[in-house]
Design a protein around this ligand. Structure first.
Ligand code: KIV
Ligand code: ZN
Length: 406
């Protein structure tokens, strides 16, 4: 293919603005120490992911244990819509086991990976670059003989020299892979580097493989530097059209890119992120609560989108603005992510407007003087307590009303 054709092939496969959401809560998420789930819990999570509109569910690592095999196989059998992927190392027995586990899915996928960086080749695999190329050819071909839909990942892609990465990707595609995942396995990349890697690899590979328009590039980011979501979004600009993520950002070490953050960033900033996902975002809070409950991993209070403070306002200035118009301090509505309402938390930073509004919600109509007295007493109380609950306010106002009648 000529250079011109190559460019058009590269842009052809990024023409679509649809981003495939690949959820790996049940595989990379479960690799988070202490986050293991039972068979039934995994089925419940998978059912909800499918209902939410997740495109690909990585259901587990079938060779890891009989329990993992059984849950992947059952999720494959029961899932109505999503592609079901099983993970396999570049080892024939792994690939056979993954193929066996996913084969009953309506849309099965084998996801196989091998390390490509010099650090991993030297210290972990003890293989040469040429040996790894042979391994890619053999294992991707084996997987492709079992299942049509094959994803191949270059583990530690972001610390792999570009020339060698291009060689590996070309080999994987020619051996039958149609999704190419370039993970930031150790959370090392910055957004501009990650974007450039996708752009460069695509530009150099797509003119050398058959049917380039069928190849989907995928981002898989870890959060060691807190950049997983930013890197995933940057990958889209470089031509990736699949993002691998987990509910609540659960995952190895500092976790993976958080599904709810990726989805809501794309939705809220469509002006600069001109893409779409198929996710019903009103279910992300439910998914967050379910995953937190089954893994016993609490969600940090100030976690974006699904933390309990994500739609809570305490300062007087913010509460006043919110009472006038909620776009003053909220860039998305709580109901867009399945939260019933904004909460104006009553504390020492709350102002008179929020206090008046709270009294109204509690059914009190106070005159100006009584309101001023009650507000002063509320501020005193708020100085002593971190959060003032509705019951505290009711007691305080009831005392105020009783005093007025004495
Ligand atoms: O982080 C990683 O590189 C992985 C691969 C198995 C895709 O999880
Ligand atoms: Zn990972």
């Amino acid at each position: 293919m000529s250079a011109t054709n190559a460019t058009s092939a590269a842009s052809a496969s990024t023409e679509t603005d649809r981003v495939i959401i690949f959820d790996t809560t049940l595989r990379d998420g479960e690799q988070c120490p202490g986050a293991s789930m039972t068979f039934e819990e995994k089925l419940e999570v998978a059912d909800l992911l499918d209902t939410m509109g997740v495109d690909v569910i990585e259901a587990g690592f079938p060779i890891a244990s009989n329990g993992d095999f059984d849950s992947v196989a059952e999720i494959a059998r029961r899932t109505k819509r999503a592609v079901i992927a099983g993970l396999a190392r570049a080892i024939p027995a792994d690939i056979a086991r993954a193929g066996e586990a996913v084969k009953h899915a309506r849309r099965p996928r084998i996801h196989t990976f091998v390390s490509t960086s010099p650090i991993h080749l030297e210290f972990q695999m003890r293989k040469t670059q040429d040996q790894v190329i042979d391994i890619i050819t053999a294992t991707v071909s084996q997987a492709r003989n079992l299942i049509d839909d094959i994803e191949w990942s270059a583990m530690d892609a972001t610390r792999t020299p570009l020339d060698y990465l291009v060689r590996c990707v070309e080999t994987a595609i020619k051996s039958g892979a149609t999704t190419i995942n370039l993970p930031d396995t150790v959370g090392y990349a910055t957004p501009s580097e990650y974007e450039a890697m996708f752009r460069n690899v695509r530009e150099r590979v797509l003119d050398r493989v058959p049917n380039p328009e069928k190849i989907v590039f995928s981002a898989h980011c870890h959060d060691d530097l807190g950049l997983a979501v930013a890197n995933s979004l940057a990958a889209l600009a470089g031509g990736a059209r699949q993002i691998e993520c987990t509910v609540n950002g659960l995952g190895e070490r500092a976790g993976n890119a958080a599904l709810e953050e990726v989805v809501m960033a794309i939705r809220t900033r469509s002006d600069v992120l001109p893409y779409q996902t198929g996710i019903d975002a009103t279910l992300v809070t439910r998914a967050s609560k379910l995953v937190s409950a089954v893994t016993s991993f609490p969600v940090q209070y100030n976690k974006a989108i699904v933390g309990r403070n994500a739609f809570a306002h305490e300062s007087g200035i913010h509460q006043d603005g919110m009472l006038k118009n909620n776009t003053t301090y909220e860039i998305m509505t709580p109901d867009s992510v399945g939260v019933s309402k904004t909460s104006l938390v009553m504390g020492k930073h709350s102002g008179r407007a929020a206090f008046r509004d709270k009294l109204k919600a509690l059914g009190y109509e106070l005159g100006e003087n009584a309101l001023n007295d009650a507000f002063t007493r509320f501020k005193d109380l708020a100085d002593r307590k971190k959060v003032v609950y509705d019951e505290d306010i009711e007691a305080l106002v009831d005392q105020e009303i009783a005093a007025a009648h004495d």
